[in-house]
Design a protein around this ligand. Structure first.
Ligand code: C2E
Ligand code: MG
Ligand code: MG
Ligand code: MG
Length: 285
């Protein structure tokens, strides 16, 4: 990557060359720090799960939570999973990190159950992790070690998993046999169509937040959202909208038949202590 950048700018003169190399070094330096940091992060207990409520839009009752990984790098501070997850994927570190996430989520559901809170957790799973040979074993163990009925765990995969359709079919089938629900995250941003999904034993479609953000100002986006909801319902998928920030968006979704959602309107992802407070209330507001 660095090499390519140098090559490109060399053509446009010496000064630019200097500027770009320095810029690129900074990017590279950060990437190396993240890469190195990720190797030690598990041992150093630097990860934490945050939780964002999934809400029944009309009643504002919490029907589940999504676990979202947080990492505080000792030198760089908080780093977004949008930045470190791809690095963890490219180095293979996503396998042990993803394992920690599932185990931690299962422990947490167990703890909540013992205190009388019965709630399901949705966990994000990277395509690499999903295809790992030990994945099903890990899921089974995490459930049994915590004496958890499988209905409390939901797994979120992205459309990229669908690229290996035959392999995915088999793994999703095994998860279904265990009794675990599978969601397609960020739906609409990849290449899979609803017709492909209809052949997979998927339970939930999560409408990507980019659609939700645009749908009130863009009639085409509004049509796309309506179509996803209509076809999704006809194919018996549960629908969850992501990224709801305004009452207007929530109303549009309800009117068009999507009844569950997440977003800053209800709550940002919060620590386990903060989510416990929300879970002990009747609804998010
Ligand atoms: P995602 O699974 O699609 O999660 C939704 C993201 O949207 C989260 O970002 C969440 O904080 C953010 N979000 C929620 N409500 C709103 C809203 O109303 N407005 C806006 N603008 N954003 C909202 P986050 O926590 O930074 O995570 C980013 C992505 O990183 C996740 O997207 C997921 O793909 C990945 N990720 C997070 N945790 C894990 C993990 O444990 N394992 C794996 N493999 N990936 C993870
Ligand atoms: Mg997700
Ligand atoms: Mg995602
Ligand atoms: Mg998403």
């Amino acid at each position: 990557h660095a090499y390519k950048a140098m090559h490109l700018v060399q053509k446009s003169g010496y000064n630019n060359f200097q500027f770009f190399v320095r810029e690129d070094e900074r990017v590279l330096d950060r990437k190396i720090k993240i890469e190195q940091g990720l190797k030690k992060a598990l041992h150093k207990n630097e990860f934490e799960l945050y939780y964002q409520p999934q809400v029944h839009l009309k009643s504002k009752r919490i029907v589940g939570v999504e676990a979202l990984l947080r990492w505080k790098h000792p030198e760089l501070g908080n780093i977004s999973p949008y930045e470190f997850v791809p690095v963890a994927e490219s180095t293979g570190m996503i396998i042990p990190i993803g394992k920690w996430v599932i185990q931690e989520a299962c422990k947490q559901i167990r703890l909540w159950q013992s205190s009388g809170i019965r709630i399901k957790i949705a966990v994000n799973v990277s395509a690499l992790q999903f295809e790992d040979h030990h994945f099903i074993e890990l899921v089974n163990e995490s459930l049994s070690q915590n004496l958890l009925p499988p209905k409390y765990l939901e797994l979120e995969i992205t459309e990229s998993v669908m690229q290996k359709i035959n392999q995915s079919f088999a793994i999703i089938g095994k998860l279904k046999n265990i009794g675990i629900k599978v969601s397609i995250d960020d739906f609409g941003t990849g290449y899979s169509s609803l017709s492909v999904l209809s052949n997979l034993p998927i339970d939930v479609i999560k409408i990507d937040k980019s659609f939700v953000h645009r749908m009130m100002n863009n009639t085409n986006t509004a049509s796309v959202v309506k179509t996803i909801i209509e076809m999704g319902s006809n194919l018996n998928f549960e629908l969850i909208a992501e990224g709801i920030e305004t009452e207007e968006q929530a109303e549009f979704l309800i009117e068009n038949g999507c009844h569950i959602g997440q977003g800053y309107l209800y709550s940002r992802p919060v620590t386990k202590h903060e989510i416990e407070k929300l879970l002990n209330q009747e609804s998010v507001v």
